[in-house]
Design a protein around this ligand. Structure first.
Ligand code: GTR
Length: 430
């Protein structure tokens, strides 16, 4: 009897193990499975949104809820307060720009306590002759600390940098200054008349499974409250952080000469997924830009090309809400797909960028999200993806209210990408 039980146990765990085994990565277009995409305009009860009013009042709220429940999770940080203080500013780049550094402190209740979570918010604005003229701004999180985005010696070095591989913390170092500057072409951004502001994402929440204990979310879960399967995880927390950056810009708009109504949210890769979600949940963002955002970003989940839902939930269980894991082995049962994620931003302008060698992020799937979001943009009276019907050649920017390009090269965000984003934002918001 004991032996039979033992055998049954072994068989059962083998089945479980086999079920959890992640399928090999597919990079072959011919092996992309057949799938039917949900129609963004069709409500769960079968009715079709046939007017802007119906989209905005019925279908969009329904979709947003589906994305919250099944993928990114509901925001939980609504009750957290913020105190913003400007601690430094000076002219830079031969007088062409002004650098500002603010500290943001996040707290519960009346006033911050000594150990409450805090972050440095670094901003560069174009130096304007006419001080009444406010600049539009790009807001984005950075991966390695503010001091890595430029060699500017006055950027305060991040106190703690989190190793996203093992969750260990190390102090930010002088020798890292400017290490990521290829991703932040500040002088080009300034020359186009835009301000730019950034925060180290690890100061909002460190990026590893268990990181929520060390970021802003510790304010919510410190008293033993458990994360619910439909509650926001790291991506939703970072997206909340982007909204807080916009709150600070709004508060300091006169001092900084920035127009908060012209805020463009931007992000690369996991932070590109975050930028799209921030744009979806916070309609104050006038323009949304996602770069190489891939699976869980602009790429269609059902294509299962490159990174898949199963893979992303296995490698990064802390990014999406726990409910998302239900779809690991049956992505077709997801009631949503990523073209509807893009459509949540409509009618506001959205730009999707991919890279030709970044197959992991499925550049074609990224393109198709824009393509299939187009009917929603049209319903809302914009020209959506313009006359785009197929993937453009590399390095060609296409579209209208929805913009797209596929840069030649690897997974990265480079000056070429920024130049397209700047042109797009200039056209869309000025
Ligand atoms: C990869 C991950 C992608 C993408 C990327 C990044 O490891 O699989 O989804 O987000 O990291 O953020 O650089």
């Amino acid at each position: 009897m004991k032996q039979v039980l033992f055998l049954i146990c072994i068989m059962f765990s083998t089945v479980l193990w086999a079920a959890e085994k992640v399928a090999p990565v597919n990079y072959d277009e011919a092996k992309v499975p057949q799938f039917v995409l949900p129609d963004p305009l069709v409500m769960s009860d079968g009715r079709k949104a046939d007017s802007a009013k119906m989209w905005l009042e019925q279908r969009r709220p329904e979709l947003l809820k589906l994305f919250e429940e099944n993928m990114y999770g509901k925001p939980t940080l609504g009750g957290i307060n913020m105190k913003a203080e400007l601690f430094e500013s000076a002219p830079v780049f031969d007088g062409k720009a002004i650098r500002y550094q603010l500290q943001l402190v996040f707290f519960k209740g009346e006033k911050p306590l000594q150990d409450d979570p805090k972050t440095d918010f670094l901003i560069y604005t174009p130096a304007k002759k006419n001080s009444n003229e406010k600049s539009p701004i790009f807001l984005g999180l950075n991966f390695m600390g503010n001091h890595t985005i430029n060699t500017d010696p006055e950027i305060r070095i991040a106190k703690i940098i989190w190793d996203r591989g093992n969750g260990k913390q190390v102090p930010g170092k002088e020798e890292e200054r400017g290490k990521q500057s290829r991703r932040w072409p500040l002088e080009t951004i300034i020359a186009h008349g835009f301000a730019v502001g950034t925060v180290y994402y690890g100061e909002i929440e460190p990026d590893f499974n268990g990181g929520m204990k060390h970021g802003v979310r510790r304010l919510i879960y410190q008293d033993g409250r458990k994360l619910q399967p439909n509650e926001g995880n790291a991506i939703t927390t970072w997206a909340w952080g982007l909204g807080k950056m916009l709150d600070a810009v709004t508060e300091f708009q006169d001092k900084l000469n920035i127009d908060p109504k012209k805020a463009c949210v931007i992000g690369h890769s996991r932070l590109g997924k975050t930028a799209l979600w921030a744009g979806a949940i916070d309609s104050r963002f006038a323009v949304v830009v996602s770069n190489n955002s891939g699976c869980g970003g602009a790429a269609l989940s059902r294509r299962e090309f490159g990174e898949t839902v199963h893979r992303i939930n296995t490698a990064f269980p802390h990014w999406f809400c726990d409910n998302f894991k239900k779809y690991n082995l049956d992505v077709n049962s997801l009631p949503i797909d990523q073209h509807e994620f893009v459509a949540l931003i409509a009618p506001r302008p959205v730009y999707i960028a991919g890279a030709s060698e970044d197959l992991w992020a499925d550049p074609k799937g990224e393109f198709l999200s824009g393509f299939y979001a187009d009917p929603v943009y049209r319903l809302l009276g914009t020209d959506g993806f313009g006359n785009v019907t197929e993937m453009p050649p590399v390095n060609q920017s296409v579209g209208n209210r929805i913009g797209y390009h596929r840069r030649e090269g690897k997974h990265d965000i480079l000056e070429f990408d920024w130049l397209q984003f700047l042109k797009f934002a200039q056209k869309q918001i000025e």
